[in-house]
Design a binder for this molecule. Structure first.
Ligand code: NAD
Ligand code: TYD
Length: 340
């Protein structure tokens, strides 16, 4: 199977590529990624030389860059590339519209031109807004995004659906809940808390800290995307979650205990504007129709994640200092030297 994976240098994309290379001897992967602040080739250091894997630096908003690397014969595009952080979308939404909306359309057009038989679009549960009055998100929940990030992901979903209805493109969409695990950039809640706790720095809690997220270990999400890619019917949408609802304060206290840091690091700060109160997924449809189910409990996942960050001091230091951005340039220079 030949896959064109976008955003594979980010958190979920890099875990996905690692998982595929480990589980499918016949897979061939092109990782197409612009290397924004969130793209980090250090996430893929251990598999960079695998002959089944190739990295291409390119931007999904640039049609000629996409078409230049999307060869005929690709079996599926898996679109992870996105601006993904809600707080950044509140500061400035333009980049979110460019990458998440316009970039998705460029990929859809390229998929049609190259006759790619399947387009897997990785979306998010945040497109469905906030569950303030209880209940669960299902595939039938209306789209009601509240942040510019969620709105841009919802817009992308509409374009994906339209490409199927109008042009007959084979598409599938996944809407997963909050991921955590190795290689997550330390701006998101869980890696930020781990990294700050290990350094004895304060842990910022937005508002009352009682907002609820439904946490899933990244490998479980990746296995779901893979199963949906291989088995789902054209046009399906699947909500993916691990039935692990936790209030933010509970997550933070669990991590502080796992790291051995004092709860006094918890520092309440102003709330995020438009902060969604609760997300929760009912994953029954993906479980029954695709045969996927989560394998990692929240407690196991947090223990694995804390252990990974403990062992990855250099990765964290580079991510925080921006030094990882030099890795690509150094690597490129090294390759050029080797060639000449
Ligand atoms: P991330 O921010 O860690 O990685 C995004 C990757 O996309 C980076 O490697 C970045 O360089 C690349 N990228 C950004 N703009 C690009 C562009 N214009 N062209 C090419 N590459 C570009 O994000 P993540 O957390 O790994 O999320 C991956 C996908 O999963 C996103 O689509 C996100 O909406 C979705 N998702 C994330 C979560 C979560 O909890 N992190 C949950 C559900 C869905
Ligand atoms: P985040 O990891 O940004 O994911 P999302 O906003 O996509 O759910 O945040 C998870 C939750 O943690 C969310 O309710 C906001 C909250 N939060 C904090 O309280 N403090 C922080 O420093 C961060 C980054 C998030």
């Amino acid at each position: 199977m030949k896959l064109f994976i976008t955003g594979g240098a980010g958190f979920i994309g890099s875990n996905h590529i690692r998982l595929l290379l480990a589980s499918d001897p016949d897979v061939e992967i092109v990782n197409f990624d612009a290397l924004t602040y969130a793209g980090n080739l250090e996430n893929l250091r251990d598999i960079a030389e695998d002959p089944r894997y190739r990295f291409v630096r390119g931007n999904i908003t640039n049609a000629s860059e996409v078409l230049g690397s999307l060869e005929e014969g690709v079996d599926a595009i898996v679109n992870f590339a996105a601006e993904s952080h809600v707080d950044r979308s509140i500061e400035s939404a333009a980049e979110f519209v460019l990458t998440n909306v316009a970039g998705t359309q460029v990929l859809l057009d390229a998929a049609r031109m190259r006759k790619v038989p399947r387009f897997v679009h990785v979306s998010t549960d945040e497109v469905m807004g906030s569950l303030d009055d209880g209940g669960f998100f299902t595939e039938d929940s209306p789209l009601a995004p509240n942040s510019p990030y969620a709105a841009s992901k919802a817009a992308a979903e509409h374009l994906v659906r339209a490409a199927m209805k109008t042009h007959g493109l084979d598409v599938v969409i996944t809407r997963c809940s909050n991921n955590y695990g190795p290689y997550q950039f330390p701006e998101k809640l869980i890696p930020l808390v781990i990294a700050n706790a290990m350094e004895g720095k304060i842990v910022p809690v937005y508002g009352d800290g009682l907002q609820v997220r439904d946490w899933i270990y990244v490998d479980d999400h990746c296995r779901a995307v893979d199963a949906v890619m291989r088995k789902a019917a054209t046009g399906s949408v699947y909500c993916i979650g691990a039935r692990s609802e936790r209030a933010n304060l509970e997550v933070i206290r669990t991590i502080l205990d796992a790291v051995g840091a004092p709860h006094s690091l918890i520092t309440y700060v102003s709330d995020r504007p438009g902060h969604d109160r609760r997300y929760a997924i009912d994953p029954v449809r993906v479980e029954s129709e695709v045969g996927w189910s989560p394998q990692v409990t929240f407690e196991e996942g947090i223990a694995k994640t804390v252990a990974w960050y403990r062992d990855s001091a250099e990765w964290i230091a580079h991510a925080r200092s921006g030094e990882y951005r030099e890795f690509y340039e150094k690597n490129l220079a090294w390759r050029e030297t080797m060639k000449s």
